[in-house]
Design a protein. Sequence first.
Length: 214
Amino acid sequence: TRSTRPQRLLKAVQKRATRGDPQSVISAIDHFCRHSEWAMNVGDEKGSILDSVVSELNPEKVLELGTYCGYSTVRIARLLPPGARLITLEFNADYAAIARQVISWAGLEDKIQLVEGASEDWIPRMKEHFGIETFDFVFLDHWKDRYLPDTKLMEDCGLLRKGTVLLADNVICPGVPDYLEYVRNSLSYKSSYFKSHLEYTKAEDGLEKSVFLG
Ligand SMILES: O=C(NC/C=C/[C@H]1O[C@@H](n2cnc3c(NCCO)ncnc32)[C@H](O)[C@@H]1O)c1cc(-c2ccc(F)cc2)cc(O)c1O
Ligand SMILES: [Mg+2]
């Protein structure tokens, strides 16, 4: 049967990228998505904004909601200091299998824990199962109607502390209106918008950075 797009994306990584070189993995995926097939990775333009937020924060404990093929997982993990840990949640087994191989090709397995399952099932188990007290940085890039419920769930589970940064992809396209309204009006967040473009296109999109105030 015909291969899937994530399988073709992985092949492009294995063909073009150098094992153990995260930047070459990122470039290979961007090249594939620009010149062969569009895919819903955060991409290079929004990815540079993601890089600057992560580099400025230097987080020890990172959570990513929605791994897909692992593009943003590799982008974030390559910038983490030694000893820092990224937990990424992905409930589609086929995508998780591709992402594991992308992460391995980048040589970043030691910093990343890919957990196969739904965010709403795993967020409540972060403390007892992973020994996580609170997260320093959370990247939201899963189903858009799940950003708000999962953010409230992280609050309720005590996983956010004063200064935790949430960075949300796609706040314009496809859009996350309920989440935006919440973080921009809640007294518990200081929120700011980073205008950019939908990955590999000229359409507007952006990232919303929201600092939890406790
Ligand atoms: O839809 C988009 N992203 C969704 C990502 C889903 C990934 O995350 C996984 N996932 C979803 N919910 C959960 C969950 N928990 C929640 C459910 O239980 N727990 C764990 N994993 C979860 C999926 O299995 C996928 O791997 C998108 C679209 C466009 C787009 C823009 C313009 C267009 F024209 C077309 C498309 C651009 C983007 O950058 C986008 O991110
Ligand atoms: Mg996205």
